[in-house]
Design a protein around this ligand. Structure first.
Ligand code: GLA
Length: 387
């Protein structure tokens, strides 16, 4: 659905829930990460782009010192007081908004209350950063409602903290950052230590980004994420560095004897992924799509074998892409996001798009008995006020 029709739909929903017109409507996009997976919390490099799938929030200030939210995605309503610092509570999705409100309160913002409606074209819990999009949409709405505009990096950190403290996920900065700072027709090469960003143009009309949703999400996702993060910290400590970002492949080999074999494999993923991310950004800039494809497949293999965050469904998508191969218009493919389900990202020759989509759908169903959700997206712009 087009964004402008979404704006209309959100306003209608708001009127239905609250009996009046909303004052503001904002949108925050989801993302796919082209490469640089599980590197952000190791102070390394990531290369995400925002996608044309959004979480919208529409809202209006109230004077009752309450926040009342309706989610069109889940069909239920949340209400909480802003007389004191916002607290965790039910329903679970409201914690993303509660955490953002608390972040503004911590920065001295006083709330008179507001009502809001949440609507989304982004698959919820599908590995496309839907939770970050909700946090960023909430932060963007609050900026509009209360006229307090944050520096973009501070806004990303506020949203990340909401996810840490209110949803209990020790995520890195990539998702919130890309939902805020993304630029149309570009991927963002972010150095997660220095926070320096390089825009990488992705405008070649002959190449299309395809998102393949496995439509599965395995239970382990969250506990394993925290475990991986802890293993990386163990490796950095044993190697005597602040973060795995500081380690080269050669240093890692030299330090192997100090590391438990599993921890070594985790570190090897991070070290090689950082190298691949920088190389792939240059290859995109040079239009060297053969190399881009190889980096994507190598990244997937490293996530599957060394980091062990893939799953049979993601592996199936990548195998199908690989067997279609260059001759059928597939440039490369890899899992994207935290793993254990969610989505894969593939780069495909635009003229082969419909055939590749069809073959992927059929192949995935044959291999897994599941339906894949496949869509293409151009690199989208970051969060904004629509109305
Ligand atoms: C999730 C987290 C990100 C990042 C990715 C893995 O999406 O929110 O911070 O760590 O996983 O690259």
């Amino acid at each position: 659905m087009e964004l402008q029709s979404m704006v209309k739909r959100s306003a209608e929903l708001f009127a239905k829930c609250f009996g009046e017109e909303p004052r503001w409507t904002v949108a925050a996009p989801g993302r796919v990460n082209l490469i640089g997976e599980h590197t952000d919390y190791n102070e390394g490099y990531v290369l995400p782009m925002a996608i044309q799938r959004y979480t919208l929030m529409t809202g209006k200030r109230t004077t009752d010192r309450e926040v009342t939210l309706h989610s069109e995605t889940t069909g239920d309503t949340a209400a909480f007081s802003v007389r004191q610092r916002a607290q965790r509570g039910e329903p679970a999705w409201s914690n993303y908004v509660r955490g953002v409100v608390a972040g503004f309160q911590d920065r001295g913002q006083k709330f008179s209350g507001f009502s809001g409606v949440i609507d989304s074209t982004l698959p919820y819990g599908g590995g496309l950063a839907s939770s970050a999009a909700l946090e960023v949409a909430a932060a963007t709405l609050i900026e509009a409602l209360y006229g307090k505009v944050l520096d973009p990096m501070e806004k990303a950190l506020l949203c990340q903290k909401a996810e840490h403290d209110f949803a209990g996920v020790p995520c890195g900065i990539m998702d919130q950052y890309s939902s805020i700072l993304a630029k149309e027709d570009h991927a963002l090469l972010l150095d997660c230590r220095t926070r320096e960003t390089t825009l990488v143009r992705m405008q070649d009309p002959s190449v299309t980004v395809l998102v393949v949703n496995t439509n599965v999400r395995h239970r382990l996702a969250e506990s394993e994420y925290a475990k991986r993060r802890a293993q990386c910290e163990t490796a950095a400590k044993a190697l005597g560095v602040a973060a795995l970002r500081d380690v080269s492949s050669r240093q890692l080999q030299a330090g192997q004897t100090h590391l438990d074999p599993v921890v070594f494999k985790r570190a090897r993923h991070v070290v090689t992924e950082n190298e691949r991310t920088l190389l792939m950004a240059s290859a995109i800039q040079a239009g060297d799509w053969d190399s881009v494809g190889n980096f994507m497949y190598d990244s997937h293999a490293s996530l599957r074998d060394d980091y062990q965050v893939s799953c049979p469904e993601l592996d199936a998508v990548v195998e199908i892409a690989r067997s279609l191969g260059k001759k059928n218009g597939v440039i490369g493919c890899r899992m994207t996001g935290a793993g254990f389900g969610g989505c894969a990202v593939s780069l495909v020759r635009t003229d082969a798009l419909s055939l590749v989509t069809k073959r992927m759908e059929e192949g995935y169903e044959r291999k897994t008995d599941n339906h894949a959700g496949i869509f293409s997206s151009r690199p989208a712009g970051g969060a904004r006020i629509l109305k």
